[in-house]
Design a protein around this ligand. Structure first.
Ligand SMILES: [Cu+2]
Length: 118
């Protein structure tokens, strides 16, 4: 069988192109992950304010109506927050306005690490 050189060149050329495209895609994917990871770690702790809506002494948590948190793309809402070790839910009162640092560990685990203003 005889393959003209012209065709052979064409075949190997398209193989090369395909490999290059795949590599570029993989690089792009890696970049995306890196960006996502840094965006997440950047917004791990935010400063926000809210009003204490409930004191849960048993679990040492506070129910807080918090302001919008743009860093996490979160509208204002009422949420249950854990308190960092050394902080006591009993030290807070319903209706109290607080400004605090809030840490997000996992998707749905939020902890008040300290209160700046109360
Ligand atoms: Cu929320």
């Amino acid at each position: 069988m005889f393959i003209p050189f012209k065709d052979l060149a064409l075949v190997s050329c398209s193989v090369l192109l395909c490999a290059a495209a795949l590599t570029a895609q993989a690089e792009e994917h890696k970049m995306e992950h890196k960006q996502m990871a840094s965006a997440q770690s950047m917004a791990e702790v935010v400063t926000t304010s809210g009003v204490v809506k409930g004191v849960l002494a048993d679990t040492n948590q506070l129910k807080v109506q918090h302001q919008r948190i743009p860093e996490w793309d979160m509208r204002q809402m009422q949420m249950k927050f854990n308190l960092a070790p050394g902080m006591q839910a009993a030290d807070f009162k319903e209706g109290q306005a607080i400004r605090f640092h809030l840490k997000q560990q996992n998707m749905m685990k939020f902890t008040i690490t300290d209160v700046i203003d109360q």
